[in-house]
Ligand binder design. Sequence first.
Ligand code: AMP
Ligand code: MG
Length: 347
Amino acid sequence: MNTLMRGCDEESLRLGAQLIKQGGLVAFPTETVYGLGGDGLNPHAVQAIYAAKGRPADNPLIEHIADYGMLELLVQTTPEPARRAMEAFWPGPLTCVLPATARVPRAVTAGLDTVAVRWPEHPVAQALILQAGVPVAAPSANASGRPSPTCAQDVWEDMEGRIPLILDGGPCRVGVESTVVAFSGERPMILRPGGITREALESLLGPVDVHQSALNALQEPSAAPSPGMRHRHYAPKAQVTVVRGPGALERMLAAYDACQAAGGVPWLLISEMARSRCGERRLMSYGEGAAQLAAHLFHSLRLIDAKGATHIYCLAVDPQGMGLAAMNRLLRAADFDVMDPQEEDGR
Ligand code: AMP
Ligand code: MG
């Protein structure tokens, strides 16, 4: 298949909307990451999304909407806390998991009786959904298992030849996916941390739980409340190691040097402030703080891969605010390979 890469002018948007109406797929920018969208009410289009990504069939998709009429098509009821969260954070990087109507194709929910819904903030995403006139089912536009794409070039790398159209809207502002929240229990529960922080949700709704899989490998994969947590995720080709605890920077530099001495090609993914302490070592800076790490993590992993790295070392950040989403993605990219002397003592 020939893949077109176009800007986000009116004509390209029209083409994109038409493709979606016809059951085709379009990669498009959102404020979180690029999505791979298809008609969210058409089971054939939904199947094509799984096929293009090589996505496991048990990992449900998010339905993207651009008005409340579309929400009504998809969900049976909206509990009070969910309604308040929507009013406060939509359009934006918040996904609500709610009871699904019969209109939602089974392939979207992977057989669950709930559906995940989000109203994105990005103007191109909104225009595409409104012009298509249907909810747009869209996972991240990467090949399954790879780091999510945060610019059109990243989408091209994974999807060229597999989909007809990529809309290039420049780099994504947030850089990690939406916060997925379930509203079925006594308290709202974050199933996957993302662009809306726990703190922001709590200031609106009171206490909000975070599923233990946010920062830990799943003990019992079959019990995952958000099925996407079961699978290897966000992984570059190089082996990623997260370094934390006392003396983390020194230990990271020692690990780098040992890797180099053993014939590997190590790289550091490092904050701007720490950069000057790394000498002549190969490194990429993500900027400063957790929000910048989140914004630049996926693209940095892809860039470092392209340099031929065998190992990537990155310091942990505090899992507060955007740090929770950044650490969730970083730990999964590392397949939970963590250097932490305090944890080793405790074993
Ligand atoms: P992605 O679109 O690639 O960001 O992945 C969508 C995420 O939403 C995955 O982690 C899914 O497990 C999660 N998700 C989608 N639908 C549901 C649902 N009905 N219940 C719980 N999690 C869901
Ligand atoms: Mg994804």
